[in-house]
Design a binder for this molecule. Structure first.
Ligand code: NAD
Ligand code: TDX
Length: 354
């Protein structure tokens, strides 16, 4: 798997590694600002798990890893994932999301075409609902909705999805694509709306709400997402796309207020303390208005639906951030970026090669 030190990837490892002792997991992650080994510290000693620090655009490294481990499955999370950063620096999104994905595809194709069991291999690409563009007040994205990405991030993910499908059509690569809605939960980097709101609320700093806060997102708890990803990998039809969504549509302002009230309650602060921190700021350029995901296919084929209500999942998430102030402090002072050397220096496979 790639990107396992990031938010969703680390939750996936927590979900999968102990459940599947029969699987050997190799986690290839560059440890960009978004990768944090503290997210997966408790997994690092598991016998069926190995970490490799490296770049998915490094084709020699990816090839070496395929040669060494003989992977039959790739689950691909690694990406530049933040829309606002893509507006500042679109090329790094092309590099990792488009070129990196294509290098993984090409390496998998080269190795798997030589084996008799290509049909048993899987390339699972984790993507986003943002590839479908922006909805008005009604309607939902379906797997058949035409692509219409509107941010550099979404365009790079759309491009990667196209490459994944092209490799299935042209070379018969057994692929799976999942396009999910906005995730939230433990270990999410506090540049994204929900963790930013919790972290700033705790330290009583302003909460920036873009525009009037009326944009709508469909929120998915990360562990419900991980359960869906496991099912898709085990039982999904090769070549198929599955949408995964939480069925929780909220305007940004309503959601932020809900979280702020919860934080006030948890910290026994006077009602309204959090709401007073909301600060309306300039809108995001090209800000998609609304996302909403139709999950009929995954429900019908794989019998998946989210197990957590929004309230339960927010409670778990707020509690996790409140109980993990050390994690937040390390992210804030950026010491988590030195964590790798301090904790894992001599245990990382390709460390000596730089
Ligand atoms: P994240 O930004 O938290 O983590 C990304 C991980 O990828 C980090 O560990 C980072 O170090 C690693 N990485 C980045 N560039 C790399 C490179 N060149 N080589 C190797 N590793 C690299 O992202 P996330 O929120 O966990 O998202 C995971 C995947 O899910 C992404 O593909 C994203 O597009 C998709 N997705 C996320 C959401 C969401 O709400 N977070 C929603 C839909 C889809
Ligand atoms: O400070 C903020 N204020 C604000 O109003 C931030 C960071 C966001 N917002 C708004 C913008 C969006 O309407 O909140 C909404 C959610 O923003 P993000 O958390 O940045 O997520 P979004 O842009 O919707 O994209 C996310 O979901 C789809 C992930 O970052 C992507 O990786 C994923 O593909």
């Amino acid at each position: 798997m790639t990107g396992g030190a990031g938010f969703i990837g680390s939750n996936y490892l927590h979900w999968m590694v102990s459940r599947h002792p029969e699987i050997r997991f190799v986690n290839l992650d560059l440890l960009t600002y978004a990768g944090n080994l503290a997210n997966i510290e408790s997994i690092s000693a598991e016998a069926n798990y190995e970490f490799v620090q490296g770049d998915i655009t490094d084709s020699a490294l990816v090839e070496m890893l395929f040669q060494t481990h003989g992977f039959d499955t790739v689950v691909h999370f690694a990406a530049e994932s933040h829309v606002d950063r893509s507006i500042e620096d679109p090329l790094s999104f092309v590099r990792t999301n488009v070129i990196g994905t294509t290098i993984l595809l090409e390496t998998a194709r080269t190795f798997w075409k030589a084996s008799d069991s290509m049909s048993l291999c899987r390339f699972h690409h984790v993507s986003t609902d943002e590839v479908y563009g922006s909805l008005g007040t009604t309607g939902q994205f379906l797997e058949s909705t035409p692509y219409a990405p509107r941010s550099p991030y979404a365009a790079s993910k759309a491009s990667s999805d196209h490459f994944v499908r092209a490799f299935a059509e042209t070379y018969g690569l057994p692929i799976l694509i999942t396009n999910c809605s906005n995730n939230f939960g433990p270990y999410q980097f506090p540049e994204k709306l929900i963790p930013l709101t919790i972290v700033n609320a705790v330290s009583e700093q302003a909460i920036p709400v873009y525009g009037r806060g009326d944009n709508i997102r469909d929120w998915l708890f990360v562990l419900d997402h991980c359960e869906a990803l496991e099912l898709v990998l085990q039982r999904g039809t090769p070549g198929q796309t599955y949408l995964i969504g939480g069925g929780n549509e909220w305007s940004n302002l309503d959601l932020v207020n809900k979280i702020l009230d919860r934080v006030d309650e948890s910290l026994s602060r006077p009602e309204g303390t959090g709401r007073a921190l909301v600060s309306f700021v300039d809108d995001r350029p090209g800000h998609d208005f609304r996302y909403s995901v139709n999950t009929d296919r995954i429900q019908a084929e794989l019998d998946w639906r989210p197990s957590h209500s929004l309230d339960e999942a927010l409670e778990l998430t707020v509690t996790w951030y409140l109980e993990n102030q050390d994690w937040i402090e390390c992210v804030k002072d950026e010491s988590y970026m030195r964590y790798y050397d301090r904790m894992y220096g001599d245990r990382i496979s390709n460390k000596d090669d730089g």
